[in-house]
Design a protein around this ligand. Structure first.
Ligand SMILES: NC(=O)c1ccc[n+]([C@@H]2O[C@H](COP(=O)([O-])OP(=O)(O)OC[C@H]3O[C@@H](n4cnc5c(N)ncnc54)[C@H](OP(=O)(O)O)[C@@H]3O)[C@@H](O)[C@H]2O)c1
Length: 375
């Protein structure tokens, strides 16, 4: 397999690289990385490789991973003519994972990377003469405000979106589905990823910011019900499931859901878990000076939100800003159906128990002061 991989420096891409080095030693990976020059490209790759494989014994052989300079927002990915020709003649498999995952990026910016970027990737992929398989990485949250059970076969809805990121990924899915008529593409929708199985956080995101504010006692309430679900999973599981499905259960034209499905964490369990871990290191939780956030209905939350916006409290404003990009999913009572993937992968590749994962990630966050003191 000669794999063209985008997004290798990201949370998912890094885990895919580790998985491939461990499980597919004969695969060759052309990794698209953005950089202002070939010198910076080389430096980025050297730094990334040292992070991915700190132990020399685990390092992939020289030449298994080949960095390729490019930017998905540029037509032709900004590839050099030499790289474009080489990819066209050698690549057999493609995984497109690169994206702008900022939940509150303006819609134009999100579309540039996620819709136009995807269009550019596929324009280049069309030139690959030995193409066998393509995987496109999407998100379960293309469901937007759509309530209830969301199936792999669900595509179009008019429920609206919780944030611009998921709108852009929904639009990108539409584009990719159109391309499935001419290219062998499978789609992989992932849950919200919060860290590695051992708790390490490789890239901090909005969920970590919200949990940090919760940990510091700044979250008073969540909208929803105790049974509202939060489908949180690990980067390792997402990468292992995606690659196993891609290599062993490939089905062009199909969409796969990679997450916890019916086992997703309940909002009440999420709150209890954060409080439990917070009490280990923050005396005000242990002594009862901080109280767990309430779970309130939509109207009560709206009232609370308006009241807090009238205060000058910066942390409350930040909680509201983050909540505005996520809470819609709690109110929609969603379950992202993952039964087909769980049945396909069985005991071999299983999601980590969500509560334990959240505890390990939180302990890592606290131990590293939320990423400021990395070892
Ligand atoms: N993380 C999640 O919770 C989650 C959940 C569901 C679905 N997903 C999907 O999984 C995929 C990977 O997400 P992630 O969590 O790994 O995101 P991430 O950690 O933010 O990484 C994004 C990756 O995309 C690359 N990228 C962004 N813009 C680019 C550009 N213009 N040209 C080339 N590369 C570019 C980044 O490169 P730089 O290092 O140069 O920035 C990085 O490698 C995305 O498609 C996302 O929608 C993620």
């Amino acid at each position: 397999m000669n794999l063209f991989l985008t997004g290798i420096t990201g949370a998912v891409g890094m885990e895919m690289a580790r998985w491939i080095a461990r499980n597919a030693p004969r695969a060759r990976v052309y990794a698209l990385i953005r950089a202002p020059s070939p010198v910076v490209l080389k430096a980025r790759w050297t730094k990334l490789a040292a992070k991915l494989w700190p132990e020399a014994s685990a390092r992939p052989p020289e030449g298994q991973f080949l960095p390729v300079l490019g930017d998905i927002t540029r037509p032709g990915l900004g590839l050099s003519p030499e790289d474009a020709a080489r990819l066209a003649s050698e690549v057999t498999h493609v995984l497109h994972s690169a994206a702008n995952v900022e939940l509150d990026a303006p819609l134009d910016e999100a579309r540039l990377a996620n819709v136009e970027g995807t269009r550019h990737v596929f324009e280049v992929v069309r030139t690959f003469r030995r193409l066998e398989r393509v995987g496109y990485v999407s998100t379960l949250f293309v469901a937007g405000h759509r309530p209830g059970r969301f199936l792999e076969t669900d595509e179009v809805h008019e429920a609206g979106f919780v944030n611009p990121y998921e709108q852009s990924k929904y639009e990108a899915e539409h584009l990719v589905r159109g391309l499935m008529k001419e290219l062998p593409i499978a789609m992989y929708r992932l849950a919200y990823l919060i860290g590695r199985d051992d708790g390490e956080v490789t890239r901090y995101n909005s969920m970590h910011s919200l949990i940090r504010l919760f940990h510091q006692g700044h979250v008073g309430a969540f909208p929803g019900t105790p049974d509202s679900r939060m489908d949180l999973s690990s980067n390792d599981y997402a990468a292992a499931a995606l690659l196993t499905l891609f290599l062993e259960h490939y089905q062009p034209g199909r969409t796969f859901h990679i997450g916890n499905g019916d086992e997703a964490l309940r909002l009440q369990d999420f709150i209890d878990t954060v409080v439990e871990v917070a009490a280990e290191s923050e005396r005000r939780w242990a002594q009862g000076d901080f109280l767990p956030p309430d779970i309130v209905d939509e109207e009560t939350y709206a009232l609370l939100r308006r009241t807090l916006l009238q205060t000058q409290n910066k942390q409350s404003h930040e909680v509201i800003r983050l909540g505005d990009t996520m809470y819609g999913h709690l109110l929609a009572s969603q379950v992202f159906d993952a039964r087909p993937v769980h049945a396909l992968l069985g005991e071999r590749v299983k999601p980590p128990p969500a509560k334990k994962l959240l505890m390990d990630v939180l302990r890592h966050c606290v131990a590293t002061d939320w990423g400021r003191n990395r070892s």
